[in-house]
Unconditional design. Structure first.
Length: 139
């Protein structure tokens, strides 16, 4: 969302209620894509315990990649039709949706899961450091 608003400001376009609606639409769309990936990760964690979290995340992203690209692609095509065939009133809306869908799809695939993986590794490392070492029994 921030990159979309930044692109909007970069091109010097005026912020209006239509743009606010487009940004909220992008937020919902991006959250939905991310939830689909995380749901697949959750399913993978439930079914296989012996595999690393990185492998499960990679497999979940690969399983949802086709769906994410097809959904994003059809939305981009319809948004391009709105931009080129719609009137000047729809240009800002279509531009905002277009940039937001591209950025949101990218973040759902390449940003969200690596952040969670980094966070879980950092949290696990912090948890291990906070636990006291158990004394080894000397025989």
């Amino acid at each position: 969302m921030i990159l979309t608003i930044g692109a909007f400001a970069l091109f010097g376009r005026e912020l209006s209620l239509i743009i606010v609606g487009a940004v909220l639409t992008i937020a919902g769309y991006s959250i939905n894509d991310t939830i689909v990936v995380f749901d697949r990760i959750r399913e993978g964690m439930r079914t296989t315990n012996a595999v690393s979290l990185q492998f499960i995340m990679n497999r979940a992203i690969n399983e949802t990649l086709g769906r994410t690209i097809l959904t994003g692609g059809t939305t981009v095509l319809s948004t391009l039709a709105l931009y080129f065939l719609g009137g000047p009133v729809l240009h800002d809306f279509a531009f905002t949706i277009l940039v937001g869908i591209l950025v949101g799809t990218y973040s759902s695939i390449f940003v969200a899961s690596p952040i969670v993986l980094w966070w879980s590794c950092w949290r696990g490392k912090k948890h291990r450091e906070s636990q006291p070492e158990t004394a080894l029994a000397v025989r």
